[in-house]
Write a protein that binds this ligand. Structure first.
Ligand code: COA
Length: 416
């Protein structure tokens, strides 16, 4: 079956997570993604946090499926020559080296344009070009701190907290994928390639949009009515950490269910949606709250919100998180069990939808990964294994027109 990105050739000069997450997704959708890796070493994640000795780590296999691997030392003249050939034949180059590394290698935007005016060069950096921190190297948690996520996550009496979700890495990769696809559509119209740049700070901030909303509301009004600090606590000059409060107009909290004393994930998230107030009261066996002036409106409820949550927890005390959600769903109340990674890994719905997939691997046997979170009516991405280091070197060189004899001499370039 043909795929939407069939025929799009991508030089994948990415490593760690931000760049690989982007190119992996484009590979799922049909692009020919050639991962260029340093001979002998490859992407650093091949070795990081290994669970099986001498076998590619899950960190690598889960971010590099459906790609081909070409080992090439692009700092040596012969390696540069191969890369130049590849640039002439490709549509996109994606990179997330530290600032200036591609230029130092001799592949400036000007040079790449000279080699292939239709080329799209897509980059991830920690900070945007011209930013006063533009020379910094950046990893996930650095970006979460720089982009506003850490200062607004966690509890008010604790330190800034990073999220387990890869807001700096994979999220930036997803932004970059949108940029690349947009540049490809633009190229269809203009015939020209272009540079696409996404910074990790900007991508985190884009997801923290509602916190910038809150900053402006705080400066105007001096309080934020949906935060736990209102109305009994105090506000400072900047948006505070709100614990598990709902970020929009619907108050919510993580609530204990049966077994919370021993199971760290025996909780549900419960949302007090305004128009669901009546069903909530009925579900809780508190019909007297429906019309009561202290509870009938969101404004009246806010001063009592933790008392309301306590009442809900009392109701939850004899129900597991799954039993609780099964009751609450019949009242149309927005809620979810807090699911552990173990539960997600074995979730039959996620297996059936292809969101959790088991992928065969030459060295590992098989491994679990997250498949495409984007579902199409006319495309079912098939998640294949990540490549071994240099697995496709000869094949890619042959595609570029190298003869077997030339490939044999290029082995020097591939040596450590
Ligand atoms: N052949 C020869 N050299 C190669 C090569 C190849 N195939 N692939 C990479 N290199 C070289 C680069 O040219 C560069 O050399 P130089 O610094 O001498 O010019 C070096 O390897 C890579 O450097 P860098 O990317 O800075 O690696 P690092 O391990 O020091 O830093 C990061 C890692 C992730 C911090 C850094 O790459 C970075 O800040 N990237 C941008 C933001 C980002 O994506 N962060 C990670 C998100 S998961």
């Amino acid at each position: 079956m043909s795929k939407p990105l069939d025929g799009i050739k991508i030089i994948d000069f990415t490593h760690v997570q931000a760049g690989p997450a982007c190119t992996q997704m484009l590979a799922w959708f049909g692009a020919d993604v050639i991962k260029v890796e340093r001979p002998g070493a490859g992407d650093v994640t091949r070795n990081q946090l290994r669970d099986i000795p001498n076998v590619d780590a899950l960190y690598f296999t889960m971010l590099n499926s459906n790609k081909r691997s070409l080992t090439l030392d692009t700092k040596k003249p012969e390696g540069k020559e191969v890369l130049e050939k590849l640039i002439r034949e490709s549509d996109v180059m994606v990179e997330n080296f530290g600032p200036g590394a591609l230029d130092r290698m001799g592949f400036t935007w000007e040079r790449i344009k000279e080699l292939n005016p239709k080329m799209i060069v897509a980059s991830v950096k920690g900070f945007s070009e011209g930013h006063h921190y533009g020379d910094l190297k950046v990893y996930e948690n650095v970006a979460q701190c720089a982009g506003g996520a850490a200062s607004t996550t966690g509890f008010w009496d604790g330190p800034p907290t990073v999220s387990a979700a890869a807001l700096g890495d994979s999220n930036t990769g997803m932004h970059l994928a949108i940029g690349i696809l947009t540049a490809l559509i633009s190229r269809d119209k203009t015939g020209k390639g272009q540079k696409v740049a996404v910074s990790m700070q900007d991508s985190v901030l884009n997801l923290c949009r509602v916190k910038l909303r809150d900053q402006q509301r705080l400066e105007r009004m001096g309080f934020l009515e949906e935060y736990p600090q209102y109305p009994h606590g105090t506000f400072g000059e900047a948006v505070p950490r709100g614990g598990n409060a709902g970020g929009g107009g619907q108050p919510g909290w993580v609530l204990k269910c049966k077994g919370w004393e021993t199971d760290p994930n025996a909780y549900i998230y419960f949302t007090v949606q305004d128009h669901a107030w009546e069903p909530i009261c009925r579900a809780l066996g508190k019909p007297e709250w429906i019309e009561h002036p202290d509870y009938a409106t969101p404004k009246a409820r806010q001063p009592h919100i933790f008392e309301i949550f306590k009442t809900i927890e009392a109701w939850l005390a004899d129900k597991t998180k799954f039993e609780a959600v099964d009751v609450l769903r019949t009242f149309d109340i927005p809620c979810s069990p807090v699911l552990s990674m173990k539960e997600l890994a074995n979730d039959p719905s996620l297996r059936a939808s292809g969101t959790i997939v088991e992928v065969p691997h030459k060295q590992r046997g098989s491994y679990l990964t997250v498949g495409s979170p984007i579902k199409f009516s006319d495309l079912k991405p098939e998640i294949k294994s990540s490549p071994l280091l240099g697995e496709h070197t000869d094949e890619v060189l042959a595609d570029l027109g190298y003869t077997p004899q030339q490939i044999a001499t290029l082995h020097e370039v591939r040596a450590v």
